[in-house]
Ligand binder design. Sequence first.
Ligand code: SF4
Length: 384
Amino acid sequence: MTTVSIVRVAGKDRTQVTAGVRRAIAMAGGMDDVIRPGMRVMIKPNMVAPPPSAEVGACTSPLVCQAVADVVTELGARPIIAESSARGADTEAAYRIMGYDALRAQGYDVVDLKQDKTVRVPLADGRVLGDITTFDLVTRMDAIVSVPILKTHDQGQITLALKNLKGLVIDADKRRIHQLGMFEGTVDLVSHFKPVFAVVDAIVGQEGMGPLLGLPVEMGLVMAGRDLVAVDAIAGRVMGFAPAEVPITVAAAARGLGTMEETAIRVVGEPVASVARRFVRAEEDHRIDAEGISIVHSQGTCTGCRNGLLSSLFDMRADGSLAKARGLTIVAGPTPLPAGVPQEYLIGIGSCALPEAKNLPSFVKGCPPNNVDIIRALTEERPA
Ligand code: SF4
């Protein structure tokens, strides 16, 4: 039987968040059997990309990471908060928007892994990845604590403690994981890095078009546990997803990296039923589809193109130019062109696009493509 805790947080100030995080960790059994004095411990937040604001539930709160870091320090170990954002995304900008500079000012180590030396590492038991390129600092850690935020994801249904590990490889490998299979590729990382504990920031989560541009959801919770598969299974349940609906949870459980069997998970603190709320699925968030624009992705379309395209569309909606894109079909990344759409209404984006998309009259190169170039292509004059 493994334990997952669910704790209500009284509010969003430091005292309240710290109390909630400490209680969640303690109720899950504490970290003292996995964090020993003298260890270097990576605290891995989810900083997917610079969010529109700190309040949208896209990135882990610095107060949650700070509270986890303090527990690690009290155990005699050295905490280092470290992350590399999505392909093409600026980790430092995400840290700045979320307020991690305040932690640095207080003496906490907060590292942008994209600035670090890289190291190629073979994956002996990788299912789709024979090797990865990670960061020097990651190879020098004794333990990793995954500290995700509770949110939906347009490819994986939800992104929690397991999916969070994708920030531990360089951008080129993030792309490779999308191309080779995001679910098994991510589980290859979990299997290799073997994080020892998870603390989920569920104070303000995100639903709909996650992982960056969804809508915030006030949950007022922190969850914790040492079995990341079980934590994801229960946190997913809180969001209204059965564990079997979430491919990464299923793949990790199938490889024996933890349990998603709810009869084998002891939930302590708040019962799931008392805190659960059905999160809007990414595909149910029709804020852009309603404008008559079609977006075509494939499994190989990674977060860089997905986020860049959506943020461009949101910018166009804000400045009133979105109507110009009505009737267009945007083909992102290495995705076959849909049948039956005239070429003049198709736009390909992303340097890894298939040759048929690159040969379209309207194609936006870049990896990821620049938002300004996407908007320019979407607002070009077209035949009526
Ligand atoms: S072009 Fe887009 S989909 Fe392709 S690797 Fe770059 S960011 Fe990812």
